[in-house]
Design a protein around this ligand. Sequence first.
Ligand code: PMP
Length: 414
Amino acid sequence: MNSVQQTMTSFDVMARRAEFPILQREVHGKPLVYLDNAATAQRPQCVIDAVENYYRMHNANVHRGVHTLSNESTDLYEGARETLRAHINAASVREIIFTRGTTESINLVAQSFGRSQIKAGDQILVSHMEHHSNIVPWQLLCEQTGAELVAIPIDEQGALDLAALDELLTERVKLLGLVHISNALGTINPVAEIIAKAKAMGITTLLDGAQALPHLNVDVQALGCDFYCLSGHKMYGPTGIGVLYGREALLDAMPPWQGGGEMIAEVSFEHTVYSELPAKFEAGTPNMAGAVGLGEAARYLQRVGLDQIAAYEHELLEYATQQLQEVKGLRIIGQAPNKASVIAFVIDGTHPHDLGTLIDLEGVAVRTGHHCAMPVTRFFKVPATARASFALYNTFDEVDRLVAAVHKAREMLL
Ligand code: PMP
């Protein structure tokens, strides 16, 4: 343990660890060190309890019922919407659409806003560090409309090339879709500044916030974006639930994406009247328990305090970066000046998958692969990377366990 680092923060990590039951597990006879948080975080007991209590006490379909359970379920579901609104400082609950997660949120915008507003010859601008979920939905839209997808380059550190971005922001661009924090590199993009430029040119903006919510206070009004997408499972909430935030005027003008129950006010074979926001974009029975769990996850993050979390995770990042850099032949992929607690790395002469397998034998979970961001691995000319991503419950001791496992794996492989 690095006691100097340990005393730098007043963050009570042991109290936080006690809130996550899965951290008591062993893997291969060793205490689990879970460093795959960018893929999915673990859930605290309060989130598990909120979901369980929903099913145990309140489960019923929302909105249509007059009976008690249906009203309770509706109140919990709509209460979660208000919690998420406040959490990201949206102006109204009408701007909070529950989706399956970031992927579905982006597809919704592509198919509803995109198909109605984007035409042949228009450009959609994304970056070279996007997750596939902020690339492929736009490619589908381009096939449907004849628009063109353009990528902002990145540099060797894994930061956006801001000079190139300035040149690419032309009147042909109708939508800018940008990742807030890169899952493959850890880069925190200067999104407020970029959005201000795009906005001045009348370009609609979308942020992929999947990796931002567990690490940062996000204020959509301060950021000024038109759309913001997030996933519950990255921010200590359940899987299968997320949010699309959209500015009300834009969402109001957009056509529905999926049709079905919930999203209609009146249906006949001749004519259908759609519901008001947000129901217009929530066809079918929603993930009620998921929304309730997500609301609890947002409350949990507020209780712990995102500023404290960010400061603590930054110390972990700095310590882990420094320790890993001492491993012979290890190269960190993604060294932008402003980073979240994600470290992707390769070791000369070894394959990341072999590394990951050997590291797992020490009870340490890291992810290996392209992290759904193939343009990134291609840019850095590596087949894959190993990635350690830290959460609020990780410790300096666990960094030491990772580093020891990496040393051992390297010796075995070379
Ligand atoms: N964007 C980023 C930056 C991500 O890290 C992820 C998940 N790895 C996604 C989008 C997609 O999120 P989901 O799978 O929850 O829809």
